[in-house]
Structures are given as structure tokens and as C-alpha cells.
Design a protein around this ligand. Structure first.
Ligand SMILES: Cc1cc2nc3c(=O)[nH]c(=O)nc-3n(C[C@H](O)[C@H](O)[C@H](O)COP(=O)(O)O)c2cc1C
Length: 169
């Protein structure tokens, strides 16, 4: 699969088999994450690896759109640490998103399925802090549910000419 095909093949996978994700695969997901670009190459990220069924169930129960965590054998919580960069704080979520995309693409390369679970409201941040022990100075960015896929989705581009502006808006 070439790189462009891999981009189109990445889809949100929300159903998983009960097989665990091997630690060697988890290491590769994290290596991919940390190879992402970041502002000033400051890499202001941390990753929490969650395999404990009780914690996964707590996250599933308390995130309105995270029910696939009841099935997923693995979750990676991507977190931002503004103290790791002298650059404006607004770079941190961008850096964390870049790392997240690398994890999603690495999952495809490893034959795994994954989905980005957003954290956007104060109640989401509080919930992640509560169940994952995230300190106040660290920003929970998202949760990524990961497992061996039990559903298949077609590759697609979603190309939309209406969103393209030549030279100026
Ligand atoms: C910022 C962001 C937040 C998302 N949050 C959720 C979520 O909470 N639950 C979920 O099931 N999918 C979530 N998704 C996945 C999107 O629903 C998905 O990417 C979109 O429907 C397109 O489908 P695809 O990933 O298969 O291309 C999120 C994606 C992004 C980028």
C-alpha cells in the first residue's frame, strides 16, 4: 500500500475482536506518535496506555460518544503539557493532533483499527482527569480506542471542490 492509499484506507473503526493488542504493536504506535511534527520540535505530549478493563469501562460509561471503549482492549490518551514548550499554548493541541494522526495511520499499517474520541467540554476533561489521574497542569487532548478490527470500511477520499479556494477566499 503506498502512502496515499494508506491515507484513504484509514477509517474510524469502532468494533473490535477480544484479542489484546501486542506490546510490540503498542510500542510501534508510540514510536509513530512521537515521530510527528510539533512546533519548534518541542514534542509537548504525553501518552497514557490504558488496558485495565475497569478503567476502559469507566471511560466508556462516562464519555457520551466513547461507548466503543467497552469493547476496545486498548486506549491511548493523548495529553498536552504546555510547560514543555516556550511557544504559544495554542500550539499544544495542534502538536497533540499531529501525534494522534500518526497513531491512527500506524494502526492501519499494523492491521489494527482505531478511532479518535474527542475531549472538548469541561466535563470531558474532568472525567479524563478523574479516571486517568491526569494532573491539573496537563491538558487531556483525546482518547484513542484501538483493537483488532471486527468491522471493515471502504477507503474513500471525501474530496469536495466547494472547499477549495484558489489564491484567495
Ligand atoms: C476531533 C475529533 C473528535 C472525534 N470524536 C469522536 C467521538 O467522540 N466518538 C466517535 O465515535 N468518533 C469520533 N471522531 C471520529 C469521527 O466521527 C470520524 O473521523 C468521522 O466520522 C469520519 O469518519 P472516518 O474517520 O472513518 O473517516 C472524532 C474525530 C475527530 C477528528
Amino acid at each position: 500500500m503506498d502512502e496515499l492509499e494508506a491515507i484513504f484506507a484509514r477509517r474510524s473503526i469502532r468494533k473490535y475482536t477480544s484479542d489484546p493488542v501486542a506490546d510490540t504493536d503498542i510500542n510501534q504506535l508510540l514510536e509513530a506518535a512521537m515521530a510527528a511534527p510539533s512546533g519548534g520540535n518541542r514534542k509537548p505530549w504525553h501518552f497514557i496506555i490504558i488496558k485495565d478493563r475497569v478503567t476502559l469501562n469507566n471511560l466508556a460509561e462516562n464519555h457520551p460518544y466513547g461507548k466503543m471503549l467497552y469493547e476496545a482492549p486498548l486506549c491511548i490518551a493523548v495529553c498536552g503539557d504546555p510547560s514543555l514548550t516556550p511557544l504559544p499554548r495554542n500550539f499544544v493541541p495542534q502538536d497533540c493532533s499531529a501525534a494522534t494522526m500518526n497513531i491512527l495511520h500506524a494502526a492501519v499499517a499494523l492491521g489494527l483499527g482505531a478511532v479518535w474520541i474527542g475531549l472538548a467540554l469541561d466535563e470531558h476533561f474532568d472525567m479524563a482527569r478523574k479516571y486517568l489521574g491526569i494532573p491539573e497542569n496537563i491538558i487531556p487532548h483525546n482518547l484513542i480506542a484501538i483493537g483488532h478490527p471486527a468491522e471493515q470500511k471502504e477507503p474513500r477520499t471525501q474530496y469536495d471542490e466547494m472547499r477549495i479556494h484558489n489564491e484567495k477566499w
